[in-house]
Write a protein that binds this ligand. Structure first.
Ligand SMILES: [Zn+2]
Length: 290
């Protein structure tokens, strides 16, 4: 079966510029050709879908996700695993999120879904699983919970087993420790300093700023989509105050990292997964604007 997507503004993620008025030929689920000129002369029996100048790209990634954190009293485990799979699939089919990296899930439900999607029997995004994470849920930005020996051992075990480390690091000391020990990515970095930025550059470490966490509150929502999400989320006053107290310093270090040329990836850390990457990208665009 052939499908032609015509009149697209194509972002091919190879060339830095948008390719205007482009057609894409898909055959048996594979991209066969990219054709300049908007609409190929001989479409044959292909199904034509005219994108009318819409933007077309291979897909988005969200590299910091979690399932809902529910106790087994709130929802039995089987139901939680099923719901997580449904939400992962919806992120792909409803929002074009083709790749996701889990930043912590209980009962290895992310591993189960990674296997399920990889088997080809279930439609879902490419999933990078993590299993359990080592940071307590009740942390504060200024805290580090691991002793030096513990954190060194954690990195050493991962190095021996060939696992990459994504480091939940929210203050300058934690960020620097994690980079020096070889973290693949720094998550959050709410509070940093100039040395953190220099180390991120020196070690070519990814920074995942997760701006939505500190920026999506009722007073900071900047459009109806964000406002609706905030209303539905029903953030507790305590979490709302904590987010707003962190947003300015968080945005300042995001901006400095951006200006310095630090490698960044989009990770939302919020739910539902189908909306999360879109919310995070809008927040990053707003805070990254000059
Ligand atoms: Zn997280």
């Amino acid at each position: 079966m052939k499908t032609i997507l015509s009149h697209a503004n194509l972002i091919d993620c190879v060339e830095p510029k948008v390719r205007p008025d482009t057609a894409v030929l898909i055959e048996d689920g594979r991209i066969r050709a990219i054709l300049p000129g908007g609409e190929p002369g001989n479409a044959g029996d292909a199904q034509m879908i005219d994108l009318n100048g819409g933007y077309l790209m291979p897909g988005l990634w969200d590299v910091h996700i979690h399932p809902d954190y529910l106790s087994l009293d709130e929802m039995p485990l089987a139901d939680q695993v099923t719901l997580f799979g449904h939400r992962l699939a919806a992120a792909l089919t409803e929002s074009g999120i083709t790749g996701m990296r889990c930043a912590g899930a209980h009962h290895f439900m992310d591993v189960a879904w990674k296997r399920a999607f990889s088997s080809g029997q279930h439609v879902g995004p490419r999933l990078f699983a993590s299993g359990y994470f080592l940071t307590p849920a009740w942390d504060l930005h200024t805290h580090s919970f691991l002793l030096d020996d513990e954190i060194r051992a954690a990195f050493e075990i991962c190095r021996k087993r060939g696992f990459k480390v994504m480091a939940h690091a929210t203050n300058p000391d934690a960020v620097k420790n994690a980079i020096r020990l070889g973290a693949h990515s720094i998550e959050h970095g709410y509070i940093m300093d100039d040395e953190c930025i220099a180390l991120l550059l020196e070690h070519d470490t990814w920074y995942v700023p997760t701006l939505a966490i500190s920026h999506l509150t009722a007073s900071q929502a900047s459009n109806p989509f964000e406002a609706a999400w905030v209303a539905e989320r029903g953030l507790s006053p305590a979490l709302c105050c904590r987010a707003e107290a962190a947003s300015d310093v968080h945005a300042t270090w995001f901006r400095k990292a951006l200006d310095a040329g630090v490698r960044m990836a989009l990770g939302s850390d919020v739910r539902p997964l189908k909306d999360a990457a879109l919310l995070e990208s809008a927040t990053a665009r707003r805070r990254g604007r000059r």
